[in-house]
Design a protein around this ligand. Structure first.
Ligand SMILES: Cc1ncc(COP(=O)(O)O)c(C=O)c1O
Length: 287
């Protein structure tokens, strides 16, 4: 039985209930985070909390919860759910009002919901244990505020379903100028001639915590050239390696795009090196 946290109490997930007048339900008016943990230890916590605060500030939700209080909630949730390999989902919405109105109401009490779900054990750079992603591509049709980790995810949901219906389960997105943005629920890295590249952050991408950690780890612990630079669709299609990054995947290799192999069609050596380094350093302190 999963234990969740809703409005100041721990409850079995099946018993957690919110009002249909919650603005998270009516408008997707909220911010969320997904924080991975292994054996009760949280990964990239400060980066996740900083992104949460940025998102809440950006959409004008004031919350009463300090970083310390949130961390205590996560610690108790992990404990009550067995301290295994757990993702923590946290969502803070603008709260409940009895009149539906697009404009923000003044002074609503935000709703905090959190629960845990099982995540796979990390793969330590082993190509036989990792998912080999076969993805397709689309023009990125989401909005201009993809840097906000908003619960309004319909644009991502529709792109993800294109990936699912294409048979791959993820999808690489490109802007109208054929520049890579990200995937439906991941950031993207490309390797070409031993150079590791990922697109720079702007309002078309989420500032992924895994992306940030991978950049910091590779810069500190490898001699690889690591660049944040625009990447065209042609460059992605000609890459030696392509990786997806997210909190629950860490780094995972893409082995084909639109039916054509990436490199030789198997996870590449730089991916194995990067994921092995991630394995050694995921519990480091990142800011
Ligand atoms: C659109 C999008 N981009 C990137 C990411 C990766 O972010 P993180 O590494 O913080 O999980 C996610 C994760 O859910 C996402 O939804």
């Amino acid at each position: 039985m999963t234990i969740a946290f809703l409005n100041d109490e721990f409850v079995p997930l099946e018993e957690a209930k919110i009002s249909p007048m919650d603005r998270g339900f009516l408008f997707g008016d909220g911010i969320y985070e997904v924080i991975p943990s292994y054996g009760g230890k949280l990964i990239g916590l400060d980066l996740h909390l900083a992104r949460l605060e940025n998102g809440l500030n950006e959409i004008g939700i004031n919350t009463p919860w300090s970083r310390g209080q949130l961390t205590d909630i996560f610690t108790e949730l992990m404990k009550r759910n067995g301290n295994g390999n757990l993702g923590i989902y946290l969502q803070i919405t603008r709260g409940v009002t009895m009149k539906r109105n697009h404009a923000f109401p003044a002074n609503t009490a935000p709703t905090l919901f959190a629960y845990t779900f099982d995540i796979p054990a990390p793969v330590s750079g082993d190509p036989d244990k990792v998912t080999h992603w076969k993805v397709t591509t689309r023009q990125d049709l989401r909005w201009q505020r993809c840097h906000i980790k908003s619960t309004s995810l319909l644009g991502n949901v529709l792109h993800m379903m294109e990936g699912v219906n294409d048979g791959g389960g993820e999808i690489l997105l490109f802007d109208a100028n054929n520049q890579l943005t990200e995937a439906a629920a991941c950031n993207v890295f490309v390797v070409h001639n031993n150079e590791v590249k990922t697109p720079p952050l702007d309002q078309h991408k989420l500032a992924g915590v895994t992306r940030d950690m991978a950049l910091q780890i590779l810069r500190a612990h490898s001699s690889l050239e690591v660049l944040e630079t625009q990447i065209t669709k042609d460059e992605v299609l000609a890459a030696d390696e392509v990786w997806l990054s997210s909190s629950t995947k860490e780094l995972e290799p893409v082995v084909s795009i639109d039916g054509d192999p990436v490199g030789d069609g198997s996870p590449g050596p730089i991916w194995a090196q990067a994921q092995s380094l991630f394995d050694l350093h995921r519990f480091d302190h990142f800011e």
